[in-house]
Design a protein around this ligand. Sequence first.
Ligand code: NAX
Length: 327
Amino acid sequence: MRRPIRIAVTGAAGSIASHLLFKIAAGEMFGKDQPVILQLIEIPQAMEVLLGLAMELEDCAFPLLHTITLHDNVEEGFNNVHYALLIGATPRRPGMERSDLLEKNAAIFAKQGKALNDFANRDVKALIVGNPANTNALVAARNAPKLSPSQFTTLTRLDQNRAVGLLANHTGVNPKDIDGVIIWGNHSTTQFPDLYQSTLYGRPAMPVIPMDWYTETYMPAVQRRGAAILDKRGVSSAPSAAQAIVDHMHDWALGTKPGQIVSMGIASDGSYGIAKGIYYSFPVRCDYGRYQIVQGIDLNEFQQSMLVATEAELLEERAGVDHLLPK
Ligand code: NAX
């Protein structure tokens, strides 16, 4: 049996985590032979609810669930962790300006970045889910000078899975026979769901996809899927977000399948002309716990314009928190 790995989860009593924790404990994220220690973090007011959730986890008697610890502060909660899933964030309340939301969350993620810097394992891999995820990741990483920016990533796998699911539904092709769907940019409505590299049964998808359906129906449906679910269910996406977090971390830690492309929000290195340093979703492949941007994709004018539009939004978000970033 392997040694257990330590996984911190913030927002652990929230909707997404209440699906996610059971999947991690069942071995879906890191494999069926990998024991896990869950270090669950919440705000003080939510500790009772968290305790109830921990009791349910215990009641599943998962063989891989080595230990659960509960924390109302990140300094203890991040102690020695190998993986950190930063899900908790301040939600946007009625009347709140976007700039207020950015600032409030920047303060939370600055504190969490510092705590990862000071208390986590040196090789920690962090995934930022709490919105605005890409800019929260930037703030966290900038507050963790002892860690590499590449140790921070953001979730766009939910957008990718949505893009594949909607394409599968429209074409009648099983999701497993769809490859190469890419999400570029921000986890927001400016994201670009790019089908130009995608294949159905290994054959290029674009020649069989009507352009007007792609730009007028499909792209907005992917970009606004979160709002559509909120509208129908009255609560935001949680089971699908949990599945996407499992997929993202699984592939980062254990590698993508041969030839497979996935999308991850990562610190831009300037590839495809995207401003260095912002957390931007790129097509990547993962191996040995590392990811690499898929290079050499030819982008037409339409694709270029979409990449630039979502980059512009991220630059604007960065400007909104610039005064909070350590220089
Ligand atoms: P919930 O409101 O159900 O749960 C959030 C939990 O976080 C609450 O229990 C709250 O007490 C806790 N929390 C708040 N501040 C905290 C802090 N400083 N430290 C620790 N815990 C804290 O939200 P849920 O539906 O679980 O969504 C969580 C976040 O994920 C939201 O910001 C949401 O916008 C974001 N999402 C991001 C997605 C992505 O693809 N990047 C998709 C799903 C989701 O919408």
